[in-house]
Design a protein around this ligand. Structure first.
Ligand code: ADP
Ligand code: MG
Length: 656
């Protein structure tokens, strides 16, 4: 373990608020007791303790901890120690819902308020927070600027403000959200209540901006080092990307995450690996929460070795023995890369973070970044289309919530789905709309049996057989994950009635050949402003351009990371996070390449020979680029001469 840095000193705040409400009947407990009682964890991690101590002493803190560092507990535990209510601001509705559900499951009274809830429900939750036993109230930031809301909040016994994912307040960060600026107003409502801001994005610019906007002192920063000495970073360029990954997975038996950029690619990759006998499963944001949970649990329990996922996977996932994280596509920037790669080796044992890409990867990333920042004219058009789609009149629509299907929207107005999606996100970011994607799910099907049983099951009924053939022809990934299907499309294809398709799918499900979830759920859009005539539609262009530039700068940092000129991958990452004192890790691909001589070959032979059954020379050489192979062969011979390894016929063995 590396030594963590503490910045600043502990100072007492002059003023702390105290409330005397009759319903505080619980006795005060220590943070440790709470941790054991509710979460069942034996102890805090070192920096959690430092942060919690400061918060309980009434200080403001900016906590910079890497992903998975355990930031949630830093406010959840104080919320249970302190009297009164903790307000948590969080950017994603799905994340809020998830946290509230987890808290409720362990017996802690928590609620979330976000756009799209109906007024009476909000009213009830606000009353609970004022007069009830609510300990944590999660709020989405766009609520905060509503005067009525502010008034209600001011009358609550608030004893802690927690701002999760605080980098969202920064225009320098990778996830700026204008609505987060409202957090400043919340801060003013409770000038003497301690504030805890938390993030894993600790670049210099982001940190400075959070401190300034939330009026936190420099000395209030508690930061963990972003160095993780058990992580081995490698960048591997291979034209035979897929086969390389397959070979890698055959050798490394530990839990693995493969990150790919698109949902479809995840499904294809998982299918391919499954076909090769590797226990893989796909995971992406298009899957229903329940399916995602099911697959995640199978992976956490080790029943699935490999999770092939989009970046939707990982937040809040707790698996400490991940041995390998492979990036099959490039993430948008180093911050994202570090978060995802950092899910490896949380148990402190050696783990590998590999970027395995082909030559197209860089260009794809550039194209992707461009698509994420569509021309403003297009955003305008999509705003107009949205209102036609929702059928709102100019001057109306404020605070109304609508069911929304992205694909049919895009199809109707001839947009590419990605275009429509990014533009809508931009509208959300600019405060025009709020999108809740958690309820977005069409019907889904997965085959839950093997080929043989399926065939036998279908023999009895030609119509079911016909339907299954249509499914298999029309959709990929049915064997490994819940796949979104459209009953109406299948029906059209077969010249059947959609009801017939649904009936037969239900039968197949009853026969336990498939899993089938018919869905009535939809995603929802809430209008946060009334419809304006197009000439009055503006988005903050200066801001938009600024963010676009920043996005390209972050992309460039990702590309720079790949370069052979990088001295040490870890040093690169830590410098990116503003740690100037980082020393070369000694075990990334760059550091290893610098150590000429036997160590490289010996280490990798021993690694390859972990199972002690030997490995063929051919398989071993396949790990190296063609031009490196003669050099590696020479080294193998030398190692054999030195009796460090044995070569018998075409196989290499350890000499121990
Ligand atoms: P972050 O928000 O920093 O990414 P989380 O708060 O989601 O991290 O925590 C990551 C995981 O670590 C969670 O599953 C959590 O239960 C676990 N965790 C946090 N603190 C502790 C602790 N003191 N002991 C054991 N597990 C912990
Ligand atoms: Mg978190």
């Amino acid at each position: 373990m590396k030594i963590s840095k503490f910045e600043g000193t502990i100072t007492k705040r002059s003023q702390t608020q105290s409330f005397e409400y009759p319903y505080f009947r619980h006795t005060l407990k220590t943070a440790e007791t709470i941790l054991k009682q509710y979460w069942g964890f034996p102890s805090f991690r070192p920096l959690q303790k430092a942060i919690i101590d400061r918060v309980l002493a009434g200080e403001d803190v900016l906590a910079l901890l890497p992903t998975g560092g355990g930031k949630s507990l830093c406010y959840q535990v104080p919320a249970m120690v302190k009297e009164g209510l903790t307000i948590v601001v969080s950017p994603l509705i799905a994340l809020m819902k998830d946290q509230v559900a987890r808290l409720k499951a362990i017996g802690i009274s928590a609620d979330a308020i976000y756009s799209g809830m109906d007024a009476s429900e909000i009213d009830r939750l606000l009353d609970n927070a004022r007069f009830g036993h609510t300990r944590l109230l999660y709020l989405s930031p766009e609520r905060l600027n509503n005067p009525m809301f502010q008034e209600r909040v001011t009358s609550m016994p608030v004893s802690l403000l927690a701002i999760d994912e605080a980098h969202c307040i920064s225009q320098w960060g990778h996830d700026f959200r204008p609505s987060y600026l409202e957090v400043g107003a919340l801060r003013e409502l409770f000038p003497s209540v301690p504030l805890l801001a938390l993030t894993a994005s600790a670049t210099k610019e982001v940190t400075a901006e959070i401190l300034a906007l939330l009026k936190i002192k420099d000395s209030a920063v508690v930061r963990d080092s972003f160095g993780r000495e058990n992580l081995n970073y490698h960048v591997i360029r291979r034209a035979d990307q897929l086969q390389y990954v397959e070979r890698l997975l055959r050798k490394s038996k530990g839990s693995t995450i493969i990150y790919a950029r698109h949902r479809r690619k995840c499904v294809e990759l998982a299918d391919w690996l499954m076909a090769k006998g590797i226990h893989a499963a796909a995971y992406h944001g298009g899957m229903a929460m329940m399916d995602r949970d099911r697959i995640q649990e199978a992976w956490v329990r080790g029943e699935k070795q490999v999770m092939v996922a989009t970046n939707a996977f990982g937040m809040g996932v707790d698996k400490s023995d991940v041995r390998l994280v492979i990036h099959y596509d490039l993430p948008a920037g180093i911050e994202e890369y570090y978060q995802e790669a950092g899910r490896a080796g949380r148990d402190g044992k050696p783990a590998y973070c590999l970027i395995v890409i082909n030559d197209a990867a860089q260009d794809t990333l550039i194209k992707k970044t461009e698509q994420s920042y569509p021309e403003i004219e297009l955003i305008k058009q999509i705003y107009a289309s949205l209102h036609i789609y929702l059928d709102t009149a100019v001057g109306s629509g404020l605070d109304e919530t609508f069911d929304f299907d992205l694909e049919s929207f895009a199809a109707r107005f001839n947009y590419r789905v990605i275009e429509a999606y990014t533009a809508l996100k931009e509208l959300a970011r600019d405060g025009w709309i709020a999108i809740d994607e958690t309820v977005l799910k069409g019907s889904r099907v997965q085959i839950i049996t093997d080929t043989e049983t399926l065939q036998t099951g279908l023999e009895t009924d030609p119509t079911m057989d016909q339907l299954m053939k249509a499914l298999l022809r029309g959709y990929e990934g049915l064997w490994s994950s819940m796949v979104r299907i459209r009953e109406d499309k299948i029906a059209k294809h077969l010249h059947w009635d959609a009801r017939e398709v649904k009936r037969l799918l239900t039968r197949l499900k009853a026969l336990e050949l498939i899993d089938y979830r018919e869905s009535t759920e939809r995603s929802q859009v809430t209008l946060l402003r009334e419809r304006v005539p197009l000439i009055n539609f503006t988005i903050d262009e200066i801001n938009y351009k600024f963010r676009k530039e920043r996005a390209f700068a972050r992309m460039k940092s990702m590309i720079d990371y790949l370069a052979d000129e990088v001295e040490c991958r870890e040093v690169f990452i830590r410098q990116y996070f503003n740690e100037s004192d980082a020393l070369p890790c000694g075990h990334c691909d760059r550091c290893l390449n610098d150590q000429t001589g036997n160590d490289l070959a010996l280490n990798s032979v021993y690694k390859a020979l972990a199972d002690k059954n030997g490995i063929t020379i051919k398989d071993f050489l396949a790990e190296y680029q063609t031009e490196q192979q003669p050099f590696v062969k020479k080294e193998l011979r030398q190692l054999s001469d030195e009796r460090k390894i044995k070569i018998v016929e075409d196989k290499i063995y350890r000499n121990s």
